[in-house]
Write a protein that binds this ligand. Structure first.
Ligand code: HEC
Ligand code: HEC
Ligand code: HEC
Ligand code: HEC
Ligand code: HEC
Length: 403
């Protein structure tokens, strides 16, 4: 009897919550790079190209840690929930409760269905060209927060929406959409506005921060810093009608972050000076959101040491700018499992903060270092992150000044 019920559920659930597969013609940036060479190679340096768990050790270890700590959850269910922003072209939008039961029982057919949906070529390619450029409309509800694929309406496959109103391509249709022409951040907000974990705690809120701290007079958006200012270049290197490629005003597809650009030093200034018996270091944040922002385990570390005339260290001061996440027992955890924030010492958007240090007797110089970590070292160890990309320290500024 049990097996008859299971069979009926299996058949009825095979197609529940599915959308259409992406055609091979559009499945990865490799299909675009011959004609959009520069755009494609910039995009490959961005975290958007590493948003699938198969290419991202921190994401993969976070998923495993969530399962370890939440016995009631099934891995595929969590992966599908996260995919709505990390890989929004997924064909499987959710796991039905019937499927959850079948997955828990280890029914192979059901497992194959989800494994296939989670590991297609276009999923592994990350937040790629056809994620952004197939978005026809955006309907973000800021009170709910970003819902990734549920905040957007995709158009027909093969239509590329973009900023140009007179583009002409031999490979695909083109149409202009305002979310590419405007400076406003709507497109980015479909994933970067804010999101809460299952305990109702906000885990990313870059968009909310922007709404709070942005320049009130002008819409600054995200592209000028995270792509580039508009500049002369090519939308496509393809020679249209056998002639030269057409010159256009375009932006770089960098999606700049600390690891692939100088965005930090361009927008976070450091000033230092001696004031009587104190030494001060001021950090000035010109970004319209907190720094660090977004993923909750990023850290900025400011370390300052005073040295005597022979170069011996007399004292060292360390400040960590970041967020500390706790579970219900008060232990250090990852944002997605936290029930509270113990401390948040980040720099607020468009603000500055000064750190004061007492100059010890006999000090002849100060040496300071400002660095950035994608994940704090204690929590990295706890969840088992091994990829050096995430463990390294990015040194933003290092100086030795005579007092
Ligand atoms: C995260 C979203 C996103 C992704 C991913 C993305 N783009 Fe774009 N793309 C944009 C935005 C925003 C603009 C508008 C830039 C501007 O203001 O000129 C744009 C503009 C363009 C343009 C017009 C030229 C220009 O710079 O304005 C082309 C062509 C293009 N993208 C192709 C691609 C290709 C090919 C890929 C994959 C390698 C890709 N895009 C990935 C968001 C994205
Ligand atoms: C055979 C060459 C070719 C291939 C392959 C190609 N494109 Fe294009 N694409 C073009 C040309 C040419 C233009 C128009 C450039 C211009 O008018 O300056 C264009 C324009 C665009 C635009 C701008 C549309 C607008 O209205 O602003 C986007 C976005 C775009 N392509 C995305 C893609 C994506 C994504 C892929 C891969 C799935 C792709 N293209 C593959 C040649 C190509
Ligand atoms: C479809 C959802 C989606 C859209 C749309 C989107 N992003 Fe992202 N973005 C992500 C995800 C998910 C990541 C994290 C990827 C990873 O590292 O696993 C990310 C990472 C980034 C990063 C790197 C952050 C880091 O951790 O280093 C930057 C910068 C960024 N996005 C900027 C933008 C900008 C600017 C736009 C708008 C033009 C945009 N994104 C649009 C989902 C999106
Ligand atoms: C004035 C320049 C500026 C503007 C405008 C700006 N940012 Fe940033 N952004 C920065 C700087 C500087 C950092 C590096 C510090 C950091 O990583 O936290 C950063 C970091 C980020 C990161 C995290 C990268 C990481 O390594 O974790 C994301 C995500 C992001 N910004 C998204 C956005 C979005 C979305 C917008 C538009 C609403 C935006 N930014 C507007 C300067 C800017
Ligand atoms: C509402 C959209 C959204 C959902 C849902 C979402 N994420 Fe993210 N995630 C993002 C964005 C946007 C970033 C980039 C933020 C940044 O780095 O500033 C990101 C970054 C990350 C990072 C950092 C990756 C890196 O390369 O450094 C991890 C880890 C992560 N997410 C895990 C998860 C897990 C696990 C889930 C599901 C439980 C999940 N996310 C669900 C939007 C989302």
């Amino acid at each position: 009897m049990k097996w008859i019920i299971i069979t009926i559920i299996m058949i009825s659930s095979l197609y529940a919550g599915t959308t259409k597969e992406i055609d091979k013609k559009w499945s990865s940036n490799k299909k675009c790079e011959a004609c959009h060479m520069k755009i494609s190679s910039y995009w490959e340096t961005s975290r958007h190209s590493n948003s699938h768990f198969s290419k991202n050790d921190l994401y993969k270890k976070s998923l495993e840690y969530i399962i370890l700590k939440s016995p009631k959850l099934i891995m595929d269910e969590v992966k599908i929930d996260c995919a709505k922003c990390h890989n929004p072209r997924i064909t499987q939008k959710y796991v039905t409760s019937d499927d959850k039961m079948l997955l828990a029982l280890g029914i192979t057919k059901q497992q194959e269905k989800y494994t296939k949906a989670l590991n297609t070529e276009y999923m592994k390619n990350g937040i790629n060209c056809i994620v952004c450029h197939n978005i026809d409309k955006i309907h973000l509800d800021k009170t709910v927060g970003s819902q990734g694929l549920n905040s957007v309406k995709f158009g027909p496959q093969g239509t590329m929406y973009g900023p140009l109103d007179d583009a002409n391509s031999p490979y695909h249709k083109t149409e202009q959409r305002p979310h590419f022409t405007d400076d406003n951040p709507t497109l980015c907000f479909s994933c970067h506005y804010s999101t809460k974990n299952h305990n109702g705690l906000e885990v990313y809120a870059t968009g909310k921060e922007y709404d709070e701290f942005k320049n009130k007079e002008s819409e600054e958006g995200c592209k000028k810093c995270h792509m580039s200012e508009k500049k002369e270049g090519y939308a496509s290197n393809f020679p249209i009608y056998g002639k030269q490629p057409r010159k256009r005003m375009v932006r770089d597809h960098k999606f700049a972050s600390v690891d692939n650009s100088d965005i930090f030093n361009k927008n976070v200034e450091i000033k230092s000076k001696k004031e009587d018996d104190k030494y001060t270091i001021t950090l000035i944040n010109r970004a319209p959101h907190s720094v660090p922002t977004g993923y909750g385990l990023r850290e900025i570390i400011l370390q300052a040491s005073f040295l005597d005339k022979s170069g011996k260290v007399l004292s060292t001061n360390s400040n960590i700018l970041g967020t500390s996440w706790k579970d219900k027992r008060g232990e250090l955890t990852i944002p997605h499992l936290a029930t509270s924030i113990k401390s948040d010492t980040r720099l607020k958007g468009k603000s500055e903060e000064t750190f004061y240090y007492d100059i010890p007797k006999g000090a002849k110089s100060i040496s300071y270092k400002l660095s950035y970590r994608l994940i704090g070292s204690d929590i990295a160890k706890k969840i088992g992150v091994a990829d050096k990309f995430f463990l390294r320290e990015y040194i933003m500024s290092k100086k030795k000044i005579d007092l």
